[in-house]
Design a binder for this molecule. Structure first.
Ligand code: AHM
Ligand code: MG
Length: 334
């Protein structure tokens, strides 16, 4: 017998635990469907004429790739009409997107990073899409940026698609983490991993080591101890992986354990790291915690942070509990 599809899974969750209201189920299905469209385009690569830069920059000043923009448009078009959203925010758009008046408005706010790991697009390395869902405050009819500035603990759903050798869709609605694999023959997401748990102990780490000369002492100490291997204070050898796409690195970690780090560093003291709180750190932290892992910015739980602005950045230490707790302690001890 075939494993259950995403639709079956969502309906069963609703029946059994009353945990996914119909509007949220619809939202998740529509979003997952738009990831299928992105997956199709990504897989065409040069043949689809979608590689290369678009010639524009986003709000962060980063050069946009054609696929950043195409993916953003796919997600907007697929998610604006259903009547379940009040507004959308995207890593690739400076301002929030208001649902056009010709469509009904709904109770949720959606945020996404349309194409995570942009630097890997043209070289056929895994990339992904990340999303996060919040409730629109009840009294609000025309949401503004401040309505999005809710702590990560308020997320009602989060997930990502990873476009790799397989296309996977990883989802949490606050009741564990499940993975669905795209079955292209039947055009459906099929449950491939249930109740994913991140091992607490790990011997794998992920960090862009080319920045090591810029690191602050707690990160330097933590990585030095890891690199010392079994002869050092850790008494064991570690292995390193760095894909350069957070979704791919996190996907490995939720399966095999590990710690993913993108710290703040001395290059730009006013910028706390590279990754974005609303589009990357919050949804990934929600997933990682739901899978039994931890996520901090070095001193605080990421999900507890009160966002100050839509596009703000944050340092991230995410993954296997014992390692995240250790490196967080190093920040506090100093
Ligand atoms: P993006 O959303 O513009 O692709 O940027 C985020 C990506 C992450 O996926 C990845 O972990 C990181 O940037 C890689 O950064 P670096 O190029 O410094 O290694
Ligand atoms: Mg990203």
């Amino acid at each position: 017998m075939r494993n259950k599809t995403l639709t079956q899974y969502l309906i069963e969750q609703q029946r059994e635990f009353n945990s996914i209201p119909p509007t949220l189920r619809f939202l998740i299905e529509v979003f997952a469907c738009s990831c299928q469209s992105i997956s199709n385009i990504v897989s065409k690569g040069a043949l689809g004429g979608v590689l290369g830069i678009a010639g524009s920059k986003n709000i962060q000043g980063e050069t946009q790739k054609k696929l950043d923009i195409i993916s953003n448009e796919i997600l907007i078009k697929a998610n604006e009409w259903g009547g379940h959203l009040a507004a959308i925010a995207s890593e690739e758009m400076e301002n929030i997107f208001h649902i056009p008046n010709r469509f009904p408005k709904g109770e949720y706010l959606m945020m996404f990073d349309p194409l995570d790991g942009s630097s890997n697009i043209d070289v056929n390395i895994s990339i992904g899409t990340i999303f996060s869902v919040l409730r629109c405050p009840k009294e609000v009819t025309q949401p503004s940026e401040k309505d999005f500035l809710q702590a990560g603990t308020e997320q009602v759903a989060a997930g990502y698609a990873v476009y790799g050798p397989q296309t996977d869709f990883v989802l949490t609605t606050g009741h564990g983490v499940n993975c669905f694999t795209l079955d292209r023959e039947i055009g459906s997401w099929v449950l491939s991993q249930e109740n994913i748990r991140i091992p607490e102990e790990t011997q794998q780490f992920a960090i862009n080591a080319s920045n090591s000369r810029h690191w602050y002492p707690p990160v330097q100490r933590y990585i030095d101890e890891i690199l010392a291997g079994q002869d050092g204070v850790r008494g064991k050898n570690f292995n390193m992986r760095w894909v350069g796409s957070m979704v791919a690195d996190v996907h490995r970690i939720i399966n095999h354990g590990g710690i993913f780090i993108y710290p703040a560093d001395k290059r730009e003291p006013n910028k706390p790291g590279k990754l974005r709180l609303m589009y990357e750190a919050n949804p990934i932290s929600f997933i990682v915690e739901q899978a039994g892992g931890s996520a901090t910015n070095g001193s605080q739980r990421i999900l507890d942070l009160q966002p100050i602005e839509l596009h703000e950045r944050v340092a991230v230490f995410i993954g296997s509990k014992n390692e995240v707790e250790r490196v967080t302690r190093y920040h506090i001890d100093i």
